[in-house]
Design a protein around this ligand. Structure first.
Ligand SMILES: [Zn+2]
Ligand SMILES: [Zn+2]
Length: 372
């Protein structure tokens, strides 16, 4: 193939049963390749996959997270592409690097993997692309388009898109009709390459390139070297820290943010309150830009500034499993406040502007998924 790749080099099918089997392109996602194969046959992706998997509605679930061995073997027979090659076009390698899990099909929201939010055949989001890359020959979606630390295109220096800017539908190539192009919006037909471009956020690009360069290798948190999994787990905890700090503003939080060097407007721009893996590229980019600042400062500075600002331990929730020891130590130095009893808690119904905006963003996501 001769093209550079990060996750897999691509593949060609040998003795395929399907009349047309396009080559799996470097780093291409399994679902993207299936959609291109269907469009090449002039049929819908659902119709094509039903020939390999009768009665199985492949696109009503997140097949890029992996599937049972039997289903992948059926696809090997239909397409002539090997099991290993097909498996490498799923997110399994990325999940393995991030979690180190032996479980092939971990369930629930996985850190750093964008969530599609499937409800029947409709998705709420979770797939992104670069409008300029969609203008190239053979437009397709790659593994990087499902990784939450990817928010900008390193080749074209623009922010990634995850929705149609005309009809606001989430990108969902599996719903493209026969005759459509891979680079079209499935709902209104508008070309994704014609979308308005936003410039790449330099700090988010720096974070993205750092992680891509270091994937699987040790990385530095300040002056401390951590294994890749622990570094990513720490960076993910820092995102939760930033989101919690934004939701619970206080003079102490402001003091910490000023001391560590955040842009003073960062909190106003962190709105939705959804978990990071549900967020749109712009909001993720803003959070990652601040995570870079923390990861460069290192644990000593973080703890020193957090102690000076008397940040509460509740502001740094630990991952539910396999929290790095350094992160546990960092959380342990934060101020412990006695739990509030029910009688002390004041449940005032407050609906300030930020809360209403958060509720509005959640509602929009639900509406898109349910195709209302
Ligand atoms: Zn691009
Ligand atoms: Zn559209």
């Amino acid at each position: 193939m001769g093209t550079s790749y990060s996750w897999h080099p691509g593949a060609r099918g040998l003795r395929s049963r399907w009349p047309i089997t396009p080559a799996l392109l470097p780093d291409e996602l399994l679902s993207s390749w299936l959609v291109r194969a269907a469009l090449a046959h002039g049929c819908s992706p659902e119709s094509l996959t039903s020939t390999a998997w009768p009665g199985y509605r492949a696109f009503c679930r997140d097949i890029d997270r992996g599937m049972e061995n039997g289903r992948l073997s059926a696809l090997v027979k239909a397409t002539g592409i090997t099991y290993r090659e097909l498996s490498s076009s799923t997110l399994q390698s990325a999940v393995q690097s991030l979690l180190g899990t032996e479980n092939q099909y971990p369930v629930g929201v996985l850190p750093w993997i964008l969530v599609l939010g499937c409800r029947k055949q409709f998705h709420a989001g979770g797939l992104q692309c670069c409008p300029d890359c969609m203008d190239l020959p053979d437009p397709h979606y790659v593994i990087q388009n499902r990784l939450a630390w990817h928010t900008v295109c390193p080749a074209h220096h623009v922010q990634l898109i995850d929705h149609c800017d005309h009809c606001y539908a989430a990108l969902q190539p599996a719903l493209l009709h026969p005759g459509a192009l891979m680079s079209n919006c499935h709902q209104c037909g508008k070309g994704l390459s014609s979308f308005h471009r936003l410039p790449a956020a330099p700090q988010a690009l720096a974070f993205q390139m750092l992680v891509d360069r270091s994937c699987g290798k040790p990385m530095c948190f300040g002056n401390i070297e951590l294994c890749f999994r622990d570094w990513m787990s720490t960076a993910r905890a820092m995102i939760t820290f930033l989101q919690t700090a934004a939701r619970h503003p206080s003079a102490n939080v402001e003091r910490f943010c000023e001391a560590i060097g955040f842009d003073p407007a960062w909190r106003q721009r962190t709105l939705s309150g959804l978990p990071f893996e549900y967020l749109r590229p712009g909001e993720r980019a803003r959070l990652l830009g601040n995570v870079v600042v923390i990861m460069q400062a290192g644990p000593e500075k973080f703890m020193e500034m957090a102690i000076n600002a008397s940040l509460p331990e509740s502001i740094l929730p630990l991952p539910v499993s396999n929290a790095p020891r350094l992160l546990i130590h960092m959380a342990s130095v934060l101020t412990k406040h006695p739990r509030k009893t029910t009688s002390q808690t004041c449940h005032k119904p407050s609906h300030d502007q930020r809360q209403v905006l958060r509720m509005w963003i959640r509602l929009q996501r639900r509406v898109r998924r349910n195709d209302i």
